[in-house]
Write a protein that binds this ligand. Structure first.
Ligand SMILES: [Zn+2]
Length: 425
């Protein structure tokens, strides 16, 4: 190798088995091609690791590498094929790329960084000089890598929640690890089968260690969890409960607003958003509006007070206090003569045992976990998804906290590590 070849040899990070045979600069197309040659004196089988004899070379392949200055850099090579006594004729593994990748490990790692930092896949693809489907393929491979390496032994508190998908009434089900704030899996639809699929993410042993599962009051998820994680407490999510109460208040408001408007009374105009917020997050002016509403005889004011009162439920010290609080709240709600409020109150009463579990396991799928908004922005950036698998990959790529990059180790699948993890237990 001459000086320039040696320079690139170091830049690409090749070992002594490979040399750079040439440096081909194409100034017009702004590409730099580096043909590599195998000069090693022995080869090993990529499947079993046995030393073998070299058979021949594969046809020429190429890999995109990190750009050198503004030049797209391409490595090319005819990779040796070995003939293994056990596995047959195999193309040997190359140190710079994964098995089927058209990119070097360093390029993929860089692309993953760019994709994670970018607002949209389109802008990342543009920066990297790759097309959309290539970006998708890099993410898919990265997620595959991450899932392989992921450890699930410490999962104790799980969330199961639905997310909308596409533009219509399609849903996906999402399982999260609440303690580690990461998404574990995504499955289509929101049926019992969807949840069963989610539970398959964890081994039988890991499922037995799950202490509590947070979810909406949704029968399909409950049924599946009873079967798959019989030891786990089911905790109905407080943010979903707050949402039902908010919706009930809004139903009362919109019906009453319509009625009032017929007599030219505009008191409830523009109140919709105000009633959704917690008072501590509202301006003084908006709080004055709410105070006026409460002093009035309007049904909306009553509905709002009942909703607001329920927030104190979560501040009770234990399930005994919670039950006592609920009973008196329920009596008030059921006497309110407000159909939407009564409906929610009855629903909560029916599920009370699995709401009181909050006092043993105060977990939620709420906004504090961060991935709700992230998933929402993933969907918005793509203007909805038509293909489920793309949505799944995107959610796991951004919210799975996975070790995505090639070379990022923790290979848990090896026998050595399995043995070690036994020792720890
Ligand atoms: Zn072999």
């Amino acid at each position: 190798m001459n000086l320039l070849s040696r320079h690139y040899h170091q830049l690409v990070g090749l070992n002594e088995d490979w040399v750079i045979a040439d440096v081909q600069l194409d100034v017009r197309n702004k590409t730099l091609t580096l043909p590599l040659e195998f000069v090693g004196d022995h080869v090993v089988c990529p499947e079993c690791g046995a030393a073998c004899s070299m058979k021949d070379h594969s046809t020429e392949r190429s890999w995109r590498h990190l750009d050198a200055m503004q030049f797209q850099t391409i490595l090319t090579a005819r990779v040796p094929r070995c003939s293994c006594e056990t596995c047959g004729v195999k193309t040997i593994a190359v140190p710079w790329a994964d098995k089927h990748s058209r990119f070097t490990l360093l390029f993929e790692a860089f692309a993953i960084d760019v994709l994670q930092a970018s607002q949209s896949i389109q802008s990342a693809a543009l920066l990297l000089g790759i097309d959309w489907s290539t970006a998708q393929a890099i993410m898919k491979r990265a997620v595959g890598r991450g899932l392989e390496r992921r450890s699930l032994d410490k999962v104790r508190h799980v969330g199961i929640d639905e997310k909308s998908f596409g533009k219509g009434q399609d849903y996906v089900s999402v399982m999260t690890d609440i303690d580690q704030s990461r998404v574990l899996e995504v499955t289509p639809d929101r049926t019992t089968e969807s949840a069963d699929e989610l539970w398959k993410t964890l081994s039988r042993k890991q499922r037995r260690k799950v202490k509590a599962v947070c979810m909406d009051m949704w029968q399909a998820y409950e049924t599946s969890t009873e079967t798959n994680a019989p030891n786990a407490l089911i905790v109905h999510d407080r943010f979903h409960i707050a949402k039902y109460l908010n919706e009930a208040v809004d139903k009362v408001r919109s019906a009453e607003h319509r009625e009032l408007q017929q007599t030219g009374d505009d008191r409830l105009k523009g109140m919709r958003q105000t009633l959704l917020f917690n008072p501590e997050n509202l301006s003084d002016e908006k709080n004055d509006e709410i105070a006026a509403l409460r002093r009035s005889t309007l049904a909306t004011g009553r509905a709002w007070s009942i909703k607001e009162m329920f927030r104190f439920f979560w501040q009770e010290l234990d399930a005994v206090g919670g039950r006592a609080f609920f009973d008196s709240w329920y009596a008030w709600a059921i006497r309110s003569r407000l159909t939407p409020i009564k409906k929610v109150a009855r629903m909560l009463k029916n599920r009370l045992d699995r709401i009181l579990t909050w006092f043993s396991a105060p977990i939620s799928n709420g906004p504090a976990e961060g991935f709700n908004s992230r998933i929402q922005s993933i969907k918005s950036a793509a203007r909805g998804f038509r293909i489920f698998e793309h949505y799944r990959i995107r959610i796991l790529f951004f919210c799975g906290k996975l070790a995505l990059k090639p070379g990022e180790n923790q290979p848990q699948k090896t026998q050595k590590n399995r043995d070690k993890s036994h020792l720890r237990r």
